[in-house]
Design a protein around this ligand. Structure first.
Ligand code: S3P
Length: 439
C-alpha cells in the first residue's frame, strides 16, 4: 500500500460496507485538552486523545515551552504536567504548527499575554496561506501585539507578549478557533472580558475551561456571549475524548450511499454545536439511529448506526454552517448520488480551510463526471448521474482525501488518489478501516 507522498493509492469501487468502526478522538477536544492541561496546575491525563499529526503539532509546541507531555500514541493515556497559568517559557526555536490552523490560532491567544516573552509561529505551505488577522485583530483590542506578513495576516507570525487588558470583543467570524484564542488570552488579562460571536460556534473550549476551574459564564442569545473573569487557577483534570463526528461523517455518508451497507460508528461525540451533519442527513432521508446515548466528561456521546437507503437532495446555508463546517466536502459527495439539485450557500469559510475546499471538491468531483457548479459562497450539485473512476488528488487536504475515497466507492470503475497520506492529519487509520469494512 502506498504511504509515501506522491504515490497514488488505488481506490476500489463497489463492494459493500459492513461492521463496526471506532473513529479516533475528536480533534478539537484533543487540542484543547493538551493546551488547557499545559497551563493548569498539576497533572492532566487524557484518554482517547487523537494520535494524529495536528494534535502532535500542538503537543510539540507546548513541549518547546516547557510542558512535559508523554508521547502521543494510539491507545495510550497521555499525561500533561501543567506549568500553571504563567509558567510557559520563551521557546528558543520557531513553534511549528504543521498543517494545523487550530494549533496556530489557539497558540496566538495563549501566548499574547505572556508579558515580556517573544514567540514565532509558523507551519506548512497550506497554513502559511491561511488568514490569521481574524485572531490578531480582536486580540489587539486587548493590547496584544501580533505581527506577520500581509499586515499580520500570514505566518510566520511573531508574538510579543504583553500584559493584556480585559475587554468586550466581538469576533469577525463565527469561528471556534478565534473565540478560543480570545478566551485563552482573557485568562490572564487584567480584568473581565466578554467575547461575542456573530453565531454560536462549537463550544468545547467553554465546557472544558469550566471543568478545569476557569471563572466563565455563557450567556446571551444561543450562548454567543462568553464572559471570563481572570484570576481563577486551572487544575489538572482527567479528560475523556469522544470519537470525532467529523471523522464519523465519512462512514455515515458511505453507509447511507453504498447498497447493502450496515455500519455502526461507535463512541461518537454528539455535542449539539457539531451535529449539523446529522440534521442534513436526516433531511435527506438517511437511515441513522443514535444508540447508547450518554454523557462522558461533560460531552454527549453515542453510537451511530447507518444503513443504506435512497437519499433526497438537500439545501443548507449560513445558519447551520458553524455546526457542519468540516462536513461540507463529504456532503458534497453525498449530493452527487441523490436525484435532483442540492444547494450549499453561506460556505465562503470553506475557501480558507486547509485548501479552498469549494474549488478543490468541485474540481475533483468534476474529474469523476459530476455536474457541480461553484459559487463564491457555495456549490450547486445536480446529482443522479453516475460518477466514473478517475485519477484524483487530495491537493494535500485530509478531508478532501477521505471524501474522495467515499466518492470512489460509488463510482463506476476504480480510481487512484494522489496525496492520500493527508488523511493522517486527522484520521491516521482511515485507510486500514476502509480496507477492513469494504467487502
Ligand atoms: C475548529 C474549528 C473550526 C474547524 C476546525 C477545528 C476548532 O474552524 O473547521 O477544523 O477546533 O476550533 P473555525 O473555527 O475556523 O470555523
Amino acid at each position: 500500500m502506498p504511504g509515501t507522498p506522491g504515490d497514488a493509492r488505488q481506490l476500489r469501487s463497489g463492494g459493500s460496507l459492513n461492521g463496526h468502526v471506532r473513529v479516533p478522538g475528536d480533534k478539537s477536544i484533543s487540542h484543547r485538552a493538551l493546551l488547557f492541561g499545559a497551563i493548569a496546575e498539576g497533572k492532566t491525563t487524557i484518554e482517547g486523545l487523537l494520535p494524529a499529526e495536528d494534535p502532535i503539532s500542538t503537543a510539540a509546541c507546548l513541549r518547546a515551552m516547557g510542558a512535559e507531555i508523554s508521547a502521543v500514541a494510539d491507545g495510550q493515556i497521555i499525561t500533561v504536567e501543567g506549568v500553571g497559568l504563567d509558567g510557559l517559557q520563551e521557546p528558543s526555536e520557531v513553534l511549528d504548527c504543521g498543517n494545523s490552523g487550530t494549533t496556530m490560532r489557539l497558540m496566538l491567544g495563549l501566548l499574547a499575554g505572556r508579558d515580556g516573552r517573544h514567540f514565532v509561529l509558523s507551519g506548512d505551505d497550506s497554513l502559511k496561506r491561511r488568514p490569521m488577522q481574524r485572531v490578531g485583530q480582536p486580540l489587539s483590542m486587548m493590547g496584544a501585539e501580533v505581527r506577520g506578513r500581509g499586515q499580520g495576516n500570514f505566518a510566520p507570525l511573531a508574538v510579543q507578549g504583553r500584559k493584556l487588558r480585559g475587554a468586550v470583543v466581538g469576533t469577525p467570524v463565527a469561528s471556534a478557533q478565534v473565540k478560543s484564542a480570545l478566551l485563552l488570552a482573557a485568562l490572564t488579562a487584567d480584568g473581565t472580558s466578554t467575547v461575542i460571536e456573530p453565531a454560536h460556534s462549537r463550544d468545547h473550549s467553554e465546557r472544558m475551561l469550566k471543568a478545569f476551574g476557569a471563572d466563565l459564564d455563557v450567556g446571551g442569545e444561543m450562548g454567543r456571549h462568553i464572559t471570563i473573569r481572570p484570576g481563577a487557577r486551572l487544575h489538572g483534570q482527567h479528560v475523556v475524548v469522544p470519537g470525532d463526528i467529523s471523522s464519523a461523517a465519512f462512514w455515515l455518508v458511505a453507509g447511507a450511499l453504498v447498497p447493502g451497507a450496515d455500519l455502526t460508528v461507535e463512541n461518537v461525540g454528539l455535542n449539539p454545536t457539531r451535529t449539523g451533519v446529522l440534521e442534513v442527513l436526516a433531511q435527506m432521508g438517511a437511515r441513522i439511529e443514535v444508540l447508547n446515548q450518554h454523557d462522558v466528561a461533560g460531552e454527549p456521546v453515542g453510537d451511530l448506526r447507518v444503513t443504506h437507503g435512497s437519499l433526497k437532495p438537500f439545501r443548507f446555508g449560513e445558519e447551520i454552517m458553524p455546526r457542519l463546517v468540516d462536513e461540507v466536502p463529504i456532503l458534497s459527495v453525498a449530493a452527487c448520488f441523490c436525484d435532483g439539485e442540492s444547494r450549499i450557500t453561506g460556505a465562503a469559510e470553506l475557501r480558507v480551510k486547509e485548501t479552498d475546499r469549494l474549488a478543490v471538491m468541485a474540481r475533483q468531483l468534476k474529474a469523476m463526471g459530476a455536474d457541480i457548479e461553484e459559487h463564491p459562497d457555495g456549490l450547486t450539485i445536480r446529482g443522479g448521474r453516475p460518477l466514473k473512476g478517475a485519477q484524483l488528488d487530495s491537493e494535500t487536504d485530509h478531508r478532501v482525501a477521505m471524501s474522495l475515497a467515499v466518492a470512489a466507492l460509488m463510482a463506476k470503475g476504480d480510481s487512484t488518489l494522489v496525496g492520500s497520506e493527508a488523511a493522517a492529519v486527522s484520521y491516521p487509520t482511515f485507510w486500514t478501516d476502509l480496507e477492513r469494512l469494504q467487502r
